[in-house]
Unconditional design. Structure first.
Length: 340
């Protein structure tokens, strides 16, 4: 893989919230999945972190778009521009002089339809991918956690991303039973925005709600080392005068309760479909939590208490899927579960 090798290889975790690209076993791009476009010409103005900073603050000639919604491509053109912009970041960091032929492994939700899979393939090819392979997210998460996915034993992964929660039982290099629901991190953020509006009469945007979730988000009302209250600043809905509202973790736990219950129900539903032999393996191995949602305080304890099987948080939950996609990239010829 020297400077002069013709084929460059990258692994892409195309997420609703963040896109991560791995090149030569290193994370070279880790940026929010946002693009800023010029309204008049449709040209790309910014991608990733720079576009995220513009989100919600743009004049009328610029709009920011999140090309992915619920884990799948919602805006084809914006997705293509975003992938191209991020590939450009990799090439400028790694000094690819000519545009070489690009081999990509991209991860997709396990509940993707044929049309959604084709959208990812087309966007990747238009952004410069000569050879595009795809891998299902739970399979990538399992590889990233370090599980032997080809072993004849059952492992269960719950990957809570920004747009979708992927639950899958994996054995012998395949997905035996899976459940993909469109309830994930973004829904928790929406719950918080709605709650702030209803309970405190204060208007908060997506980014503020995200900060509330990170600072005081919790799945339990009783935590061993609770976070301090988070102070929210925003305009009063009636008077438009500035307000300062302290928010506690118990309050956030109550407002996201409904969404967390839906994730619980989906995990139970996936367990119901699991063959008994694999169920026994899962009980002894535990269930692995990956994705940004795994970082929600007390979620592992709550699920363990509710379902009675130990839940373990992956070592680096945010990057588990990306790392697994990188592992798949190195073993393209060996892994027959990759989709062409």
């Amino acid at each position: 893989m020297g400077l002069f090798s013709l084929t460059q290889e990258i692994a892409v975790d195309l997420g609703t919230a963040n896109t991560i690209i791995i090149h030569n076993d290193k994370i070279v791009v880790d940026e929010p999945s946002v693009v800023a476009l010029d309204n008049r010409s449709g040209k790309l103005i910014a991608v990733g972190e720079r576009a995220q900073q513009m989100h919600g603050k743009t004049p009328e000639n610029i709009r920011t778009i999140r090309p992915l919604s619920d884990g799948v491509i919602a805006d084809f053109n914006a997705a293509e521009l975003m992938i191209r912009g991020m590939v450009k970041m990799v090439s400028s960091k790694n000094h690819w002089f000519a545009s070489p032929s690009l081999r990509m492994v991209v991860c997709i939700p396990s509940g993707s339809t044929e049309v959604e899979i084709r959208a990812v393939r087309d966007s990747s090819e238009h952004a410069g991918g000569r050879d595009v392979y795809m891998i299902y997210e739970p399979m990538a998460a399992a590889l990233g956690i370090g599980l032997d996915v080809e072993a004849p034993e059952g492992n269960m992964i719950v990957d809570i991303g920004g747009g979708s929660t992927e639950i899958a039982v994996i054995s012998l290099g395949g997905i035996v039973s899976n459940k993909s629901i469109r309830i994930a991190g973004d829904d928790l953020t929406d719950d918080i925005m709605e709650h702030m509006r209803r309970a405190h009469n204060v208007k908060v945007g997506e980014r503020t709600a995200e900060l509330i979730k990170i600072n005081v988000g919790s799945a339990l009302t009783e935590l061993e080392n609770p976070p301090e209250d988070y102070i929210v600043h925003g305009p009063n809905q009636m008077t438009a005068l500035p307000m300062e509202v302290p928010v506690s973790y118990q309050e956030i736990c109550h407002c996201i309760e409904k969404s967390i219950s839906k994730i619980e129900a989906a995990v139970l539903s996936a367990l119901e479909q699991t063959p008994p032999e694999l169920y026994a393996d899962i009980v002894s191995n535990g269930i692995y939590l990956a994705g940004g949602g795994a970082l929600l305080r007390g979620l592992d304890k709550r699920l363990t208490d509710k379902i009675g099987i130990p839940f373990r948080i992956a070592e680096d939950p945010l990057h588990a899927v990306a790392k697994g996609t990188g592992v798949a990239l190195k073993n393209i010829s060996r892994f027959n579960f990759l989709i062409r």
